[in-house]
Design a protein around this ligand. Structure first.
Ligand SMILES: [Zn+2]
Length: 299
């Protein structure tokens, strides 16, 4: 073989190989999307999944998917590709334990949440008064959220884009906010803004009090939802917060509920995948967070 012929055949081999790689990764993502077993949402199957996780028998694959895992696959398809043997199968090839099997107190479910704990609370859309200790959405599996939105301030910030928002006078487009495009969150916020702009009677509530802010929850060691760029606070002049209305209350104390944010605004956000902090027993009524999985689990 001449030197030239050798180089040419090496190039052909290389390009065939990279073509295979591309075809293969495309194939992987389409299989994950289409041929995953359909989720079965019964308590019986959840129990079955739990017990098989404990035994961990890789030779007999567990085909039943806990309802929460199935919801995560539907809500975050770019990241959660499947569920196998007790673990969420992520698009980067890593896995996240779905249920760590530990019994947790109310506070532990917030401070040390696995993916399953995110579904431990009720998000009741039929009542405007939260039930005792029902804080759906305050539980976040940090590993999952960091994988999706970024694991550091820099990683999250590098993805943020501008979304047209309201200024202090409630004028649509008078200001913009930084939001993450990951999981379509920014697109959904755009849709919220467009809809709110058609409800000028509430414009005094629309000004943003902040979106992205990498920080830990006051008095706790877990990351605030604002760290991930998919959360917005509005209506700062009308906000109520459980701890300010109930000074000195512990996390499990019986507390008084207070809200000044119109329900019509809440319904617009919920329509586009956001949960409202005013539906938490430990309420934070200016807080809206992109959490489609909580809405899907609580229709
Ligand atoms: Zn907030």
């Amino acid at each position: 073989m001449t030197k030239k012929a050798y180089i040419i055949s090496a190039v052909i081999l290389l390009s065939a190989f990279s073509g295979m790689m591309i075809a293969n990764s495309g194939c992987n993502s389409s299989t994950a999307g289409s041929s995953e077993p359909v989720a079965v949402d019964s308590a019986v199957n959840e129990e079955a999944a739990e017990s098989s996780t404990e035994k961990s028998t890789p030779t007999s694959p567990d085909n039943s998917i806990p309802e929460g895992a199935s919801i995560l696959m539907k809500c975050y398809p770019d990241f959660v590709k499947g569920y196998k043997e007790g673990k969420l199968q992520m698009s980067d090839g890593s896995t996240i334990v779905y249920d760590d099997g530990r019994q947790k107190s109310f506070v532990q479910k917030l401070d040390d949440a696995d993916a399953e704990d995110m579904f431990a609370f009720k998000y009741d859309r039929k009542s405007w008064t939260p039930e005792y200790l029902q804080d759906a959405g305050r539980s976040r599996c940090e590993l999952l959220f960091k994988k999706m939105y970024g694991a550091s301030a820099q990683q999250v910030a590098s993805k943020l884009i501008n979304v047209k928002w309201f200024d202090a006078n409630g004028n649509y487009g008078g200001a913009s906010v930084k939001f993450t495009p990951v999981n379509g969150a920014a697109e959904h916020l755009k849709a919220v803004a467009a809809e709110l702009s058609k409800m000028p009677q509430f414009k005094k509530y629309y000004k943003s009090e902040g979106t992205f802010y990498w920080r830990q929850v006051r008095g706790a060691k877990r990351q605030s939802a604002h760290s991930y760029g998919m959360t917005i606070d509005i209506g700062g002049n009308y906000k109520t917060y459980w701890l300010w209305s109930n000074a000195g209350a512990s996390e499990t104390a019986k507390i008084k509920y207070e809200n000044k944010i119109p329900h019509e605004i809440v319904e617009v956000f919920e329509k586009h995948g956001f949960i409202w902090g005013g539906r938490w027993y430990h309420y934070d009524t200016m807080h809206f967070e992109y959490r489609p999985e909580i809405l899907m689990a609580n229709p």
